[in-house]
Design a protein around this ligand. Structure first.
Ligand code: C2O
Ligand code: CU
Length: 632
């Protein structure tokens, strides 16, 4: 799909340039060829999915058509052709670079307006060039100022905006009618999500205290990092608990002035324990504390991180591994490998923390007796996906995002691609030689840290290889999924991941949009408890987006129209690459108000964030500069 998009943009550009050519016949010939190519590229996009082609069909092609009709044949004077070419260029740029979302009605109106006003102005260019120029400049300035001003976020804002919801299309019309009766706005009968806590009483089986504090740390490889930490280390302490235990974590903020929280990434805790500043709690400011209590029902690799100003706070170190072990003791060497890029001056240094040790951008070693069963939990605590290469032993991919895979088989000659914020657990039997885990591809920072397991804990790393990536949609064997592509879905949503230039909260930036909008204007997905929900992610942008849904795990149904045929693949953070198209499903079984956002936390902080809302729930918390809460 990326290729189709690039062809499309390129032919648009050729078309526009050709319109400006002085020689009519050449101009027309080139324009016709370019326009045909453009139509062809749109056809290819349409073959992927109507949503991939929609804005091209509805906006870009009509703009092109307008230019064809208006320019060369009717306007033989070269000067006029150039002027209409400019107009066509303005229209196409508007359709292409300003984020758009179906049903495009507003955009079509704006385009018609530009055509009319622009046409009228162009007519007057010969008589009154100064006036025309002044009108152009003034309207451009006014438009820009208006866009800037309306993009400012209010000082106080409820993240649960009941006036802006998406009810989803139901599979049968009767259900749609029922869904449409959903109330908008809150009433006193709505349940306050701050009551949706874990067990409030009872002696915890495991109790931890995590103190957020500023610390200067030294990576094992020597670099100094001005870090923000839990308990003075980053990653913070590795929390290990068992399935079914009552866990209590006390968060203390010593000196992180913006405030902090703790979010249990991938652990589907009760809503009030989810740790999102401004949605499920207030940020915890210096001198304050907050207690989280929950009973983990999942087994696997998770992580915790602050969900207040998370882009900065996670980057600087406010995160750690959270492992939920099975209740029965396991005879395995169980190790975490937490990878993160720390800001070290001019660039980010990628480092790996092995089994709770300090992070190193070089080689981390560990002695493992031959014959031992090993479970290595790879945690990618960053914005971008990473490639990992394991050499020295055949291994299995045992789990993704804290969910075991069904029937995993031995892997050789394949590397692993771990989503931003994602986890991959691998298992293998320790051979008599070394086993090496290396970061083999990385967009997050500089460096290729290595974890080296050897019988004596010594030894030199082997050169890093890059293999083709394992495809989770075909790995393992099917079985055990409670629903699938053929199930009856109560709600179906489509999330178009796009881009465009514009303002967000008063700043001009490359917008990363969901359905053409930014937080808080992306309609929330509204569900009822018990609904089976299908979500389609379609990435129409040129950026990677690891999409993270809080409080639920999503079952991958298909990628790019091809059904997943391997083990059920449950994910909490799905890497949706440019041009990719995923269908996922989840059961709405954890009521409350949940974030659903891109876990490239920079994108999230720039508005690529939305919510999953259960009907009949409200939050007492707010976000905005006046509240001290800023989850991203
Ligand atoms: Cu890892 Cu919304 O978070
Ligand atoms: Cu993103």
């Amino acid at each position: 799909m990326e290729v189709q998009l690039i062809i499309g943009y390129a032919t648009s550009a050729v078309f526009l340039v050709s319109n400006c050519l002085a020689r009519l016949r050449w101009a027309m010939a080139i324009a016709v060829v370019a326009a045909l190519l453009r139509v062809g590229s749109v056809g290819l996009l349409w073959a992927v999915d109507w949503n991939a082609a929609a804005d091209h069909v509805v906006l870009v092609l009509p703009a092109m058509l307008a230019a064809i009709l208006l320019a060369p044949p009717l306007l033989p004077a070269a000067r006029w052709r150039r002027r209409t070419a400019v107009l066509a260029a303005v229209l196409q740029c508007y359709a292409t670079f300003v984020p758009q979302a179906p049903p495009y009605l507003f955009t079509l109106q704006m385009m018609a307006l530009v055509l009319l006003l622009g046409g009228a102005l162009l007519r007057g260019l010969d008589d009154r060039p100064r006036v025309v120029l002044a009108v152009f400049v003034i309207s451009a300035l006014l438009g820009t100022a208006g866009a800037w001003a309306t993009s400012r976020l209010p000082g106080r804002l409820s993240m649960a905006n009941h006036g802006n919801i998406d009810l989803g299309a139901a599979q049968d019309p009767a259900h749609t009618a029922m869904a449409m009766t959903t109330r908008t706005g809150t009433t006193s009968r709505d349940i306050d999500i701050s009551t949706l806590t874990g067990p409030p009483t009872g002696k915890p089986d495991k109790a931890f205290t995590l103190t957020a504090q500023r610390t200067r740390i030294r990576l094992a490889s020597g670099q100094q990092v001005e870090a923000w930490t839990y308990n003075g280390t980053t990653p913070g302490p590795e929390l290990r608990v068992k399935e079914g235990e009552l866990v209590q974590v006390t968060l203390v903020n010593r000196d992180i002035s913006e405030g902090v929280t703790l979010h249990w990434h991938g652990l589907d805790v009760p809503n009030a324990e989810d740790g999102v500043a401004g949605l499920t709690q207030d940020a915890i400011h210096p001198g304050q504390r907050h207690v989280y209590r929950f009973v983990p029902r999942q087994v696997g690799t998770f992580w915790y991180h602050s969900h207040q100003v998370s882009d900065t706070q996670v980057r600087r170190g406010l995160f750690g591994a959270l492992v939920v072990e099975p209740a029965a003791p396991q005879a395995v060497e169980d190790l975490t490998a937490v990878v993160h890029s720390y800001p070290t001056g001019s660039h980010n240094t990628t480092s790996l923390a092995l089994a709770g040790a300090a992070p190193s951008s070089g080689v981390s070693r560990r002695a493992v007796k031959p014959g031992t069963r090993v479970r290595l939990r790879i945690l990618n605590a960053d914005n971008e996906w990473r490639g990992y290469t394991v050499t020295g032993a055949p291994f299995k991919l045992a789990a993704i995002d804290g969910a075991d895979l069904h029937g995993p088989t031995d892997i050789t000659g394949k590397s692993l691609r771990v989503a931003g914020a994602g986890r991959n657990d691998i298992t293998f039997t320790m051979p008599s030689g070394p086993v090496q885990l290396a970061v083999s591809d990385d967009e997050n920072g500089v460096g290729n840290p290595i974890a080296l397991l050897t019988p004596d804990g010594a030894g030199k790393p082997a050169p890093i290889t890059v293999n083709p990536y394992l495809d989770p949609t075909t790995y393992g064997t099917p079985g055990g999924a409670p629903f699938g592509p053929g199930s009856h879905f109560d709600r179906r949503f489509t999330l178009l991941l796009g881009q465009g230039f514009g303002f967000f909260d008063g700043g001009f930036l490359l917008q990363r949009t969901i359905n053409g909008a930014l937080f808080p204007n992306v309609p929330s997905l509204m569900v009822r408890k018990g609904d089976l929900v299908k979500v389609t992610f379609l990435n129409r942008s040129f950026s990677e987006h690891p999409m993270h849904l809080h409080g639920h795990h999503m079952l991958v149904l298909s990628r790019d129209g091809r059904p997943a045929t391997g083990s059920p693949w449950w994910t909490d953070t799905l890497q949706v690459s440019p041009g990719e198209h995923y269908e996922v499903a989840f059961r709405a079984d954890n009521p409350g108000l949940w974030m659903d956002h891109c876990h490239n936390l920079q994108h999230a902080s720039q508005g690529m964030s939305m919510h999953l809302m259960y009907e009949g729930y409200r939050t007492p918390y707010q976000v905005g500069t006046a509240t001290g809460n800023n989850p991203e």
